[in-house]
Design a protein around this ligand. Structure first.
Ligand code: GTP
Ligand code: MG
Length: 651
């Protein structure tokens, strides 16, 4: 009995493939293709019918089945299950009578299927693999790396002996380096991994009879036969599929290539690519007509406002169009779509990228002169002179402010770049000021300590001299001691102090008050600039003059002390008193002269230089001259980096 509801997809006569004229499937349907191959007369058609019966229910015989030993299925038949979007392909049995068409059949099936069921009976053996051998020759026909590899599932019928089909498959596919190994390797290479395997059990007489009359329900009634499970397993492996028209283009091109005995390359197969490309080009042409401006250059002037008005909307539109493109051509294989997508992105994106670069360039050009001023003026030198602060140090800040005022309306990323540059510069300047302040504090402390030590020594020595001369009988001796000792002592104390201070005098102190970035510093520095020089160097002058004053005070105290001693020991003749007073007056005069000279020098000369010179005079030992402390902020080619270099002693 023959009953047919499926149709012929193709037949093969004298090695010529004849494709059916009408394949009745809607072009837009996305189809998934399941084929069955295997030895002839082994129940392939029956199994497909059972599958269809399962997914559509009660369909009866669709693919012709036959119970004698003649080929029943010839070429490839198809049945389209519309509700499930599955195209079932039933292939002529292999290895029966004239097998010369077997390779052609296998090749076509391989190229057009998503899932291939390899039908085998009893158990999977190496021998079965041999049937797949013709596909080894595919390697010579197709560029296999570009083919979407189908899934291969072995279906073992009457597999009562096979307890664990997976194990059966693993054992057959393991590497033995025997005569089947190249087939195993080829199968592994040609099909998606992992391979699948399902089994069904032997049919009893009644079931077989029911099946032969088209009652496939009987296969599912007895769960133990495993049909429902096997079919379910196979259906789970189906991928998403492709539109029927694409699939048909592929089929036609394969058949043509094979009939013309041409090598099948994907270029020739790639009618899909051509059609898809045509569709994509058409899409873009429509876009060009509807929105020609989207491909055109954008005029910009470096202003952020212009950028926002003209470039940002273009970016948003481009994003929307790329999304539209992705959705529109979602079904196309990535390999076909991607080159076009990249080209489209370039056509839409290039004007945007150009506008971005132009904006940056125009913004740079507009602010470059102000930037150069700011860049040049950030160079400054810190010395003890007031203009270091009020002039040069204040200048970069002014320039930065001007630059900032100018910047705000320009293209933001460029603005950002300069903002970062200025912030870095300011950080450096702030650090420098902090360092100067710290050094100032350290220096103050050193001065105070040195001064204190000098004063202590003075007190101690003075006390010593007083004690030493307590019992001196002679006015002359006393005079010599007083005069000599006192002037020596003053000279010594000065020498000691100078040595100590000059040793620590690593830089000229700068008095800095307040913070750098707010106005306090600027105001203070301005005030400093307008103040007399002694005020500007409060610390040094205070300390030094304080020191001198203290010495003078101690001289007076000392003289008084000597006088009271004389009183105590009763040496109070008028002549002696007169002489003593003369000597004391001389001594005072001498001290005053030295101090006056020193003070005069202080006033006449620049504080630092003259201090050093004066101190130097007094002790005849050379004191190194401090070079100006310098902060050099180096210019590099296109900035924004800062190199800080401190020279002199200040490191
Ligand atoms: N033992 C056994 N026989 C089956 C099974 N399924 C079908 N048959 C029988 O096998 C015979 C051939 O069935 P078909 O479905 O026509 O086999 P086929 O592989 O499509 O045959 P060709 O198209 O000629 O290659 C029929 O008598 C079926 O009843 C099965 O699972 N086990
Ligand atoms: Mg058949």
């Amino acid at each position: 009995m023959i009953c047919t509801m499926a149709s012929s997809l193709l037949s093969i006569t004298n090695k010529t493939i004849c494709l059916s004229n009408s394949i009745n499937i809607p072009n837009d349907d996305t189809i998934r293709v399941i084929s069955i191959i295997g030895k002839a007369r082994m129940g392939k058609s029956t199994f497909l019918n059972a599958m269809i019966n399962q997914v559509e229910s009660n369909t009866g015989v669709l693919f012709a089945t036959q119970s004698d030993d003649n080929h029943c299925t010839r070429g490839i038949d198809y049945y389209y299950s519309k509700g499930n979007s599955i195209l079932f392909l039933d292939c002529q049995g292999l290895a029966l009578e004239d097998s010369s068409h077997d390779p052609l059949l296998l090749l076509i099936t391989y190229l057009i299927s998503d899932v291939i069921i390899f039908n085998e009976r009893m158990m999977l053996q190496n021998e079965a693999l041999k049937l797949l051998e013709p596909i080894c020759t595919f390697m010579n026909y197709v560029d296999i790396d570009q083919v979407e590899k189908p899934k291969l599932v072995f279906r073992i019928s009457d597999a009562d002996l096979v307890k664990d089909p997976e194990q059966n498959l693993t054992k057959v596919m393991a590497c033995y380096n025997d005569q089947y190994q190249s087939i195993r390797d080829t199968v592994t290479h040609l099909f998606q991994q992992p391979l699948g395997i399902v089994k069904t059990d032997t049919l009893d007489k009644n079931t077989k009879k029911s099946v032969q009359t088209g009652d496939y329900e009987s296969l599912f009634k007895n769960q133990n036969l495993g049909f429902a499970k096997a079919i379910k397993q196979i259906l789970e492996t189906i991928p998403s599929g492709k539109p029927f028209n694409q699939w048909k283009v592929l089929l036609v091109s394969i058949v043509n290539s094979l009939n013309n005995n041409q090598k099948i390359t994907l270029d020739k197969l790639d009618v899909i690519t051509q059609i898809a490309t045509r569709d994509m080009l058409e899409w873009e042409q429509n876009l060009m007509v509807a929105e020609p401006e989207i491909f055109m250059n954008i005029e910009v002037d470096g202003l952020q406002k212009t950028y926002l008005e003209r470039v940002e909307p273009r970016i948003a539109r481009k994003r929307a169009l790329m999304l539209e493109f992705t959705e529109q051509f979602e079904r196309l294989p990535v390999s076909v779509k991607l080159p076009y997508e990249i080209a489209l992105e370039k056509r839409l994106g290039d004007p945007i990228r150009k506008a971005v670069a132009d904006s940056a360039r125009a913004a740079e050009a507009a602010i470059s002169s102000q930037f150069l001023v700011a860049q040049r003026n950030r160079q400054f030198t810190l010395t003890n002179k007031e203009e270091a602060f009020t002039g040069r140090l204040a200048q970069p800040l002014d320039e930065f402010d001007s630059l900032r005022n100018l910047l705000h309306k320009y293209y933001e990323p460029t603005v950002q770049k300069y903002e970062e540059w200025m912030t870095k510069q300011e950080e450096t300047i702030n650090k420098t000021i902090e360092l100067a302040k710290q050094r100032e504090r350290e220096y103050c402390l050193l001065l105070a300590t040195s001064f204190q030590e000098a004063m202590d020594n003075f007190r101690r020595d003075a006390q010593k001299i007083v004690n030493m001369n307590q019992d001196s009988p002679s006015g002359d001796d006393m005079k010599t001691i007083v005069i000599t000792s006192l002037s020596d002592m003053i000279a010594n104390l000065r020498k000691q102090t100078i040595e100590k201070i000059s040793g620590n005098l690593k830089y000229t102190p700068i008095l800095i008050v307040g913070e750098f970035r707010d106005t306090i510093l600027t105001t203070t520095l301005k005030e400093l600039a307008e103040s007399p020089i002694s005020v500007q160097h409060t610390l040094v002058s205070d300390s030094w003059y304080g020191f001198i004053e203290s010495i003078k005070k101690y001289e007076t105290l000392y003289v008084d002390l000597i006088k009271s001693r004389f009183m105590k020991i009763g040496e109070d003749s008028e002549a002696y008193k007169q002489r003593l007073e003369q000597e004391v007056a001389m001594m005072k005069h001498e001290s005053a002269r030295i101090l006056a000279d020193w003070v005069k020098l202080q006033k006449e000369n620049e504080l630092y230089k003259k201090q050093i010179a004066c101190l130097n005079d007094m002790i005849s030992e050379p004191i190194p001259t401090a070079p100006p402390m310098a902060l050099v902020v180096e210019q590099t080619k296109d900035v924004p980096l800062v190199n800080l270099k401190c020279c002199g002693w200040w490191k």
